[in-house]
Design a protein around this ligand. Structure first.
Ligand code: HDD
Length: 709
C-alpha cells in the first residue's frame, strides 16, 4: 500500500516537473550555445577568416579607403545599427525570471480555469519586475511604483496578470493614462528629471486630479523604495471576473504576498545605491535564484459575488480603491516561485510582452474602466515594440498547442503553416472553433444597460476616504518616512503654485502632515483640516503587517570587515553560523590580494574596502584582533560603521572591535552621559567579549533606535 502511494507520488512529481519544464523544452528549440568549436560565420552562413579588418585598399606604408564591397563588414555594421527596439513607453527598466505556480486549494467553486482548479498541476511562468518612470538604463532603487507582471503558460493558453507592488492606481479612466504618464516622465522642454517624480509637472497633475490621492500616499510610503523585488507584494490592481461551471460570476482581485516579508530601504540608502549600484535589484534577484534561494509568494484571491457589487460605499470596479480585507478577506490558494534565471536578457526579458487581455476560460474581464482601456493598449504597444508576430517569440508563445489559420503573415513570421486556406469557414472545415465543452472561450453574458456618455458612476467621485485610512493605518515610523518623502518631492518643485497648493491639499488627509510638509518646503501652513479625520484604520495596509511569520536572515547580505591581524576564529565561526542560516556573507578586506589573520591564515576577500559601500549590505560584523589599528586609519571602514548605524542596520563586534564600533557611532558620548550599555543593545549594536557568543537583543523595527531615526 505504502509502495503504491509512494510510486503514485513519484509519478505525480515527475509529471509535474515535466509540466513545469514544458516552457524550457519549448524554448530549447530556439536556444543555441556558443562554444569554442563553432567557427564564426556570417548570418548567412559562410565562415569568416578575418573579423578584425575591413576590406580596404592598402599597402605596407599606407592604409587606404575602405571598400563598400566588404559584405562581411557591412553585414556586421548594418546589423549593429539596427540592434535597438523601442523601449517600453512605461516600465522600461526591468528584469525577469522564470518559475512555477502551484495551487494548494482548488477554486472550482468560483472558476473553471484549470490553473486555479487543478491542484496536481505546476504551471510554468515568467515574471518581469520593473520601475515605471525611468528609461531602460535608469537606476533600480528610485522612488517609484514597481511593476509585477506575471505570465502563466497554462495548458489552456497564456494568462497574464500585469500588476504592480501597490494595490491601487493613479487614475480611474484609461483615457487619462497618457496624461499621467506624460506628467511623471521627464519634462518635455528639458528631458529632466530621470527616474524621479520629484518635479513640477507630476505634482501639478496630482493636484489637478484628486483621484490620484490614494495611490500618491502609497507612492510616498516606503512601498516605493523596496529593499528587493523578492520582498514586495504584487497586486493585479484591476478587477477581473471568475466564472464557475454553473455560469455564476464573482468579481476578483489577485494578490501575491512574499514569503520573506515586505521590506524597504531607507531613503538615504536608496539615493546612494542609485549611484553605487544602479543594478542593485536585478542583481539581488539573479543572485538569490542562482544561489538556490528561490523567492516565493503566496497567491490569494478576493471575491465579491456579482449580486453584491453595489453593496459597498466605494465602487469595486474603481482601480483607485482597495477592497478592505475586513469586508472581503483574501483567500490564499497557491504559490508562485521564481527558480530560473534567463539565459539571455534581450530575447527573454526585453522581448517579453504582457497583455491584460490575455485570460483563459474561467476568467473574464469586468467593466473596470481602467482595465477596459488597458485591454486595448497592451496588444497595440506590443505590435509597435515587437511587430505583428510578437506572440510567436519564444518567451511569449504558449506551451499548449496553438493554431490560427487566419493570424499569419506580418513582418518576421517564423512559423510555416501548411495548407491551402487561411480563412474561416472553409470547404475543409479546417481549424474549426471549439465549443465551450471542448474548452472554447466564451464571454460572460453580462447584462448591460445605460446610455452612451462620457462618465463614470457616482461612487467614483469620492477620492479621499481610503487615502486617509491608509495614512491612519501606517506605523509612526512609516508616517515619518512618508512626511519626509512628501517634503523631498515638493522641495524639488520650484514652481510656487505647485508646492504651495499641494502642501495645503495634504490637509485633506492629515493636518499634522500638511503642517510638517508646508514648513519644510515653504508652503502655506494650513490652520484647519480640509476634511474631518475620524482616525479610521484598516488591516493589511501598513507594511509592518507583512513581516515573515518567523524572523529570518535568509538571503540578507552581511558584510564582515577585516584587515591584516583580524581574529580568524571569530571571523570563520561567525561566517559559518550566518551561512548556515542562508545569509549571503561577504568578506570585505583592506586588499583583495589577501588578508592575513592574527593566527596566520590568509583570506581572499570578496571585495576591498573602496570597492563596496555599507549601503549594499543589510548588516556588518567586525571581528576582534590587531586589525582594528588598520581599520582605525581607514576612512571607508570607519564610515561603513557610521553609515550602517545611520541606516538602522544591525552592527556586531567582538573584543577589540567593540570600542572601535562605539567610536564610529558616537556611543561613547552617550555612555558618558550616564546611559550605559543597555542602550547600545537597544540601538541594534551587538557586542561581545572573550570567546563569548554575541549578546543579541532588541534588534528589529521595534527597537528604540529604529523608532527614533
Ligand atoms: Fe500599464 C506596461 C502595470 C495601467 C499601458 N503596465 C506595464 C507594465 C506593468 C504595468 C507592470 C510592464 C509590463 C512588462 O514588464 O513588460 N499598468 C499597470 C498597472 C496599471 C496600468 C498595474 C493599472 C492598474 N497601463 C495602464 C493603463 C494603460 C497602460 C491605464 C493604457 C491605457 N502599460 C501600458 C503600456 C505598457 C504598460 C503602454 C508599456 C509597455 C507594455 O505595455 O508592454 O501599454
Amino acid at each position: 500500500m505504502a509502495t503504491t502511494a509512494a510510486a503514485e507520488a513519484a509519478a505525480t512529481a515527475k509529471a509535474n516537473s515535466m509540466a513545469a519544464d514544458g516552457k524550457f523544452a519549448d524554448m530549447k528549440k530556439d536556444t543555441v550555445e556558443v562554444n569554442d568549436k563553432d567557427h564564426m560565420t556570417t548570418d548567412y552562413g559562410i565562415k569568416i577568416s578575418d573579423p578584425d579588418h575591413w576590406l580596404r585598399v592598402a599597402n605596407d606604408k599606407s592604409t587606404g579607403p575602405a571598400l563598400l564591397e566588404d559584405q562581411i563588414a557591412r553585414e556586421k555594421i548594418m546589423r549593429f545599427d539596427h540592434e535597438r527596439i523601442p523601449e517600453r513607453v512605461v516600465h522600461a527598466r526591468g528584469t525577469g525570471a522564470f518559475g512555477t505556480f502551484k495551487l494548494f486549494e482548488s477554486a472550482e467553486d468560483v472558476t473553471t480555469a484549470g490553473v486555479l482548479t487543478d491542484t496536481s498541476r505546476e504551471t510554468p511562468l515568467f515574471v518581469r519586475f520593473s520601475t515605471v518612470q525611468g528609461s531602460k538604463g535608469s537606476a533600480d532603487t528610485v522612488r517609484d511604483v514597481r511593476g509585477f507582471a506575471v505570465k502563466m503558460y497554462t495548458s489552456e493558453g497564456n494568462w497574464d496578470i500585469v500588476g504592480n507592488n501597490i494595490p491601487v492606481f493613479f487614475i480611474q479612466d484609461a483615457v487619462k493614462f497618457p496624461d499621467v504618464v506624460h506628467s511623471v516622465k521627464p519634462e518635455p522642454h528639458n528631458e529632466m528629471p530621470q527616474g524621479q517624480s520629484a518635479h513640477n509637472n507630476f505634482w501639478d497633475f496630482v493636484y489637478m486630479h484628486s483621484e490620484t490621492t490614494h495611490m500618491n500616499y502609497w507612492q510616498m510610503s516606503d512601498r516605493a523604495i523596496p529593499r528587493s523585488f523578492r520582498m514586495m507584494q504584487g497586486f493585479g490592481v484591476n478587477t477581473y471576473s471568475l466564472i464557475n461551471k454553473e455560469g455564476k460570476r464573482h468579481f476578483v482581485k489577485f494578490h501575491f504576498t512574499p514569503e520573506l516579508g515586505v521590506h524597504s530601504l531607507v531613503w538615504d540608502e536608496a539615493l546612494k545605491i542609485c549611484g553605487q549600484d544602479p543594478d542593485f535589484h536585478r542583481k539581488d534577484l539573479m543572485f538569490a535564484i542562482d544561489a538556490g534561494q528561490f523567492p516565493r509568494w503566496k497567491f490569494g484571491i478576493q471575491l465579491i459575488p456579482e449580486e453584491k457589487l453595489d453593496d459597498f460605499e466605494f465602487d469595486p470596479l474603481d482601480a483607485t480603491k482597495v477592497w478592505p480585507e475586513e469586508l472581503v478577506p483574501i483567500r490564499y490558494i497557491g504559490q508562485l516561485e521564481l527558480n530560473r534565471n534567463v539565459d539571455e536578457f534581450f530575447p527573454q526579458t526585453e522581448q517579453a510582452a504582457f497583455c491584460t487581455s490575455h485570460i483563459v476560460p474561467g476568467i473574464d474581464f469586468s467593466d473596470d474602466p481602467l482595465l477596459q482601456g488597458r485591454n486595448f493598449s497592451y496588444f497595440d504597444t506590443q505590435i509597435s515594440r515587437l511587430g505583428a508576430n510578437w506572440e510567436e517569440l519564444p518567451v511569449n508563445r504558449p506551451v499548449c498547442p496553438y493554431m490560427s489559420m487566419v493570424n499569419r503573415d506580418g513582418a518576421l513570421r517564423h512559423r510555416i503553416t501548411k495548407g491551402t486556406v487561411n480563412y474561416w469557414p472553409n470547404r475543409y472545415e479546417a481549424n474549426p472553433p471549439a465549443t465551450p465543452a471542448q474548452g472554447g472561450f466564451t464571454s460572460y453574458p453580462a447584462k448591460v444597460q445605460g446610455s452612451k456618455q462620457r462618465a463614470l458612476s457616482e461612487k467614483f467621485k469620492e477620492h479621499y476616504n481610503q487615502a486617509q485610512v491608509f495614512y491612519n493605518s501606517l506605523s509612526q515610523i512609516e508616517k515619518l518616512h512618508l512626511a519626509k518623502a512628501f517634503s523631498f518631492e515638493l522641495d524639488h518643485c520650484d514652481d510656487q503654485i505647485v508646492y504651495k497648493r499641494m502642501s495645503e491639499r495634504i490637509a485633506a488627509i492629515s493636518l499634522d502632515l500638511a503642517k510638517t510638509v508646508a514648513k519644510n518646503v515653504g508652503g502655506k501652513t494650513p490652520s484647519k483640516p480640509l476634511r474631518e479625520n475620524k482616525g479610521t484604520k484598516a488591516k493589511g495596509l501598513s507594511q509592518l503587517e507583512y513581516l515573515p511569520s518567523k524572523p529570518t536572515i535568509a538571503t540578507r547580505r552581511i558584510s564582515i570587515l577585516i584587515a591584516d591581524g583580524f581574529d580568524y576564529n571569530a571571523y570563520i565561526s561567525m561566517k559559518e553560523v550566518l551561512e548556515a542560516q542562508n545569509a549571503f556573507v561577504f568578506t570585505i578586506g583592506a586588499q583583495r590580494q589577501g588578508v592575513v589573520a592574527d593566527q596566520g591564515q590568509k583570506v581572499i576577500p570578496d571585495n576591498f574596502f573602496s570597492g563596496m559601500r555599507s549601503t549594499l549590505f543589510d548588516a556588518v560584523f567586525v571581528p576582534g584582533g590587531s586589525h582594528i589599528a588598520v581599520l582605525e586609519k581607514n576612512g571607508v571602514a570607519k564610515f561603513w560603521i557610521t553609515e550602517s548605524f545611520a541606516h538602522l542596520k544591525p552592527i556586531a563586534g567582538l573584543n577589540e572591535a567593540v570600542p572601535f564600533i562605539k567610536r564610529q557611532i558616537g556611543l561613547d558620548e552617550v555612555q558618558a552621559a550616564g546611559k550605559g550599555d543597555p542602550l547600545v543593545d537597544s540601538y541594534g549594536v551587538l557586542t561581545g567579549h572573550g570567546d563569548v557568543a554575541l549578546k543579541v537583543s532588541n534588534v528589529g523595527p521595534q527597537s528604540k533606535g529604529f523608532a527614533e531615526r
